[in-house]
Design a protein around this ligand. Structure first.
Ligand code: SF4
Length: 427
């Protein structure tokens, strides 16, 4: 069997959807209506980015196991990671873990299932922490983030505080007084790859009371199947990843109130086909208007005026490039850097190959790629399927015809994932 580390993602797809996911704690601890809304209207979609993150987590899990279970040196682990981009991501993750204990941790868990029921006061609640380890009087909780945008801070990070507080409920952890939360986000632009924050058992105890109160209020709304207006707390951060955002009345109520509309807009899920059409027609107008508002705010602030809650900052610098490519090439060659390292050879794309077949001729007037060669190459070309797109009725393309989808067309993903705590370990 190959000892290469490659993503294995089947298991994580079976975790199901908890009413109180630690990763959504910031949302449900402020918008107490969101667990009820998610239960009734939640739509759980995967995205290319989420799948990329799942693959990276699978590699991180295997690397952490080799480090903690097999005591393998980090360079040897990294040599096994097949994807070169992930090698650079795993290095700071493993170094951050290894930097927290002397020779080896007393106990550890990798992707271990943590029982959250005692701290939620609700049975059957679990979470999966990327890595947790105890060394002396210290507990360390690690979370690997693969995202490029939105750098995540470990300071008072509710997701990791929940894991830590749940772990501290174990009598074997009664000697632990110092808790450090680690976020490793190697691809975050302009941020260090690893950041940490330390708090005391007492801090977590206070936080634990807030969690318990929040869960109990959320539970009340889940049972009732409804929540009062004040239980909705719409905000960019809360609503962006909320599974119920397209059905949320609280959110549209806020938009309608803020815009001073005489009537509340319908939630997308409640809207009639005519309303959907009317709102979509309005979209460009509204988004153009928002651009104008943004331009106006920028102009006024550039002239020294204050716009509450906003500021202008220096954006990220553009990609680095050689000031003078020719000069850089001469200097690199004078350094005797081997040609294979100095130049990157890339295979031509199918589009370029077609150009070489149809347009570009050799000196003898024949195409660079002849008919037979092009035929062979055509067999090797593939492309991603096109995605269904919503367009105006005047668009010349024929409308797609959809067959009726029924509940049987969906796989049942409600099963909880089996316990993946590494054998023989406990924290
Ligand atoms: S969409 Fe926003 S306001 Fe509505 S339930 Fe979700 S988090 Fe709360």
């Amino acid at each position: 069997m190959s000892d290469k580390i490659i993503p294995v993602t089947e298991e994580s797809e079976q975790r199901g959807h908890s009413a109180f996911p630690p990763s959504g704690a910031t949302r449900w601890m402020t918008c107490k209506a969101s667990p009820m809304m998610s239960k009734l209207h939640g739509v759980y979609k995967s995205s290319e980015y989420a799948e990329e993150g799942t693959r990276a987590h699978s590699v991180a899990e295997q690397c952490a196991l080799l480090l903690l279970r097999d005591r393998m040196p980090i360079p040897d682990i990294l040599a096994r990671v097949e994807d070169p981009e992930l090698v650079d991501c795993m290095r700071p993750y493993l170094e951050e873990i290894e930097g927290t204990y002397f020779e080896e941790p007393e106990s550890w868990m990798v992707e271990g299932r943590i029982d959250l029921s005692p701290i939620y006061g609700v049975p059957g609640q679990y979470g999966y922490a990327d890595c947790v380890l105890a060394a002396g009087e210290e507990l360390h909780v690690f979370d690997y983030k693969h995202g490029v945008g939105n750098p995540v801070s470990p300071i008072e990070n509710k997701q990791l505080m929940i894991y830590a507080w749940a772990v501290l409920q174990n009598p074997k952890a009664s000697h632990i007084n110092l808790i450090t939360l680690h976020i490793v986000q190697p691809r975050a632009i302009g941020e260090p790859a690893a950041k940490s924050w330390t708090c005391s058992r007492e801090d977590l105890k206070k936080f634990g009371v807030e969690v318990l109160l929040a869960v109990s209020e959320c539970e009340k709304y889940i049972e009732a199947g409804e929540a009062p207006e004040e239980a909705f707390c719409p905000s960019d951060d809360n609503c962006q990843w909320c599974p119920a955002h397209s059905a949320c009345t609280g959110r549209v109520r806020q938009v309608s109130t803020k815009l001073g509309l005489p009537k509340s807009l319908p939630s997308p899920k409640d809207a009639t086909p005519d309303q959907l059409s009317a709102i979509l027609k309005f979209r460009k107008l509204v988004s153009d208007w928002f651009s104008d508002v943004e331009d106006e705010a920028f102009t006024r602030m550039s002239l020294g005026e204050t716009v509450p809650l906003y500021k202008i900052v220096q954006g990220n610098k553009g990609a680095r490039r050689w000031k003078d490519k020719k000069q850089a090439e001469e200097v690199i060659r004078s350094m005797r850097i081997p040609v294979d390292f100095a130049y990157k050879k890339e295979l031509i794309s199918p589009t370029r190959a077609e150009e070489l077949h149809k347009k570009v001729k050799r000196e003898d007037g024949k195409p660079v790629i002849g008919d037979r060669q092009w035929k062979t190459l055509e067999e090797l070309i593939t492309r991603n399927d096109s995605k269904p797109t919503l367009v105006r009725i005047e668009d010349k393309r024929p409308a797609m015809v959809f067959s009726q989808i029924t509940a049987e067309d969906f796989d049942d993903l409600s099963e909880e994932r089996p316990d993946t705590t590494a054998p023989g370990t406990s924290v």
